[in-house]
Each structure stands twice: as C-alpha cells, then as structure tokens.
Write a protein that binds this ligand. Structure first.
Ligand code: ATP
Length: 201
C-alpha cells in the first residue's frame, strides 16, 4: 500500500481544486515559507480522521476551510480525497480493490461526511481501517514539526502505545476496551432490572 494521490479543495490555503500525485519512493515538496507545504500533510491527517483542531493549528474544526484572502472570498466547504494503492491487498476488507479512496468533507455549519471508496461511512470505520497499518490516528508514519521531541519526552506508557501500534496489537486493545465498556453497561442494566423486580415483588 502506498499513498498515490491527493485531491484537495477548500482546505486551508488550497482554495482551488488541487491534485497531487505521488510516485513510489521519495517525494519532496519544496516551496517558500508559508506557501502551504505543511497544509498538504495536515490535509492528509485530517482525511485519515484527525479530530483535534488544535493539532491542525486551528481553534475549531471549520478553521481548516479556506478563510479567504484580500482578493478572494472565503469558502463554505472543504473536501479532501486521498487515494491509496492497494494492489498488494494490504487493507483488510478491501483486498479486491486495487485502490482505496478516503474522502472527508466539512461545511462551515459543521456538517461533515466520511466516505470509503465513495460510500458513506463512520469515522470509526476509517480509524479501524488504518489501525495497525502504520497510518493510524497517532501513528508515526506522519511526523510533524515538533513530534520527534514530543516522542522523546513522552511517558513510558505513551511510548509503549507506539510499539503496540507497530506490533499490530492496538486494534485488539481498543476492541477489548470497547467490549469491557459494553459489559459494564449491560451489568448496570441487569442491576437496574433486578432492583425493579425486587420492588415489584
Ligand atoms: P513553513 O515553510 O514556514 O513551515 P509551509 O509551506 O509549511 O510554511 P503552511 O504552514 O502549510 O506553509 O501554510 C501556511 C499558510 O496557509 C499561511 O499563508 C496561512 O495564511 C495559510 N492558511 C492557513 N489556514 C488557512 C485558511 N483556513 N484559509 C486560508 N489560508 C490559510
């Protein structure tokens, strides 16, 4: 699996629809300060499910939408489409598809949408698809400025999570936590039911 293409419209400095194709191997993006290099990486992280506006250098999520310039009106909508080459059948559940596209859309009124291969899905589906692939939410495939320092300064438990993601066990840990929480809710419901039965007797 490798990142093949990105199509960005209305995301930060990218007002016009912009297509970026990546070859296998190393791609370098060069440009003057403030020209939008980091915005490309942020568009990628955002599409893969980043939910923290702060980590995208904004106060609230709609701040990622093109906010206009002296010559150009602000936009009300952003869409980023990221295409992965999946000819090595790396992405579980999509082995039949040679390409997998992830789309994220956001409107200024905060309506938003995620799509996998053009079909609407939940944010959770995006997270599940990429957990343990090295492209998960907190994975180290994308290292932004300042991230290396924060890894070195992180607590041992946080550093352990990095190894767990690399070893492919994070998915199971997340599912265990979810199941434990469901079990607890069920137990609470059972306790309530017992109380009601007791009162009725
Ligand atoms: P450097 O080399 O300094 O790190 P860079 O090429 O990585 O710079 P970015 O940080 O990606 O540049 O882009 C910053 C530019 O994006 C700024 O000019 C800023 O005004 C613009 N920008 C950020 N958010 C928005 C937005 N919502 N709407 C319009 N422009 C935006």
């Amino acid at each position: 699996m490798y990142l093949k293409k990105m199509e960005i419209v209305g995301f930060k400095s990218f007002a016009d629809r912009t297509k970026i194709e990546f070859d296998q191997g190393v791609t370098a993006v060069v440009g003057p300060n403030g020209s939008g290099k980091s915005n490309i990486v942020e568009a990628l992280r955002w599409t893969l499910g980043e939910q923290s506006a702060k980590s995208l250098r904004g106060g609230k999520m709609p701040d990622v939408i093109f906010s206009g310039t002296a010559k150009r009106k602000a936009l009300n909508y952003t869409e980023v489409i990221v295409t992965f080459d999946n000819s090595d059948q790396y992405l579980v559940g999509y082995e039949e598809e040679s390409e997998v596209t992830i789309t994220r859309r956001l409107y200024r009124n905060r309506d938003s949408e995620f799509l996998i291969n053009g079909r609407k899905c939940r944010l959770k589906d995006i997270h599940e698809l990429f957990t343990d692939t090295g492209l998960g939410r907190d994975s180290l495939s994308i290292i932004s400025q300042g991230r290396i320092e924060s890894v070195f300064n992180s607590k041992p438990e946080e550093r352990r999570a990095i190894f767990e993601e690399a070893a492919g066990v994070l998915k199971y840990k997340t599912r265990r936590t979810e199941t434990e929480s469901k079990l607890k809710t069920t137990q609470d419901n059972l306790d309530r039911l017992e109380d009601i039965i007791f009162e009725l007797n």
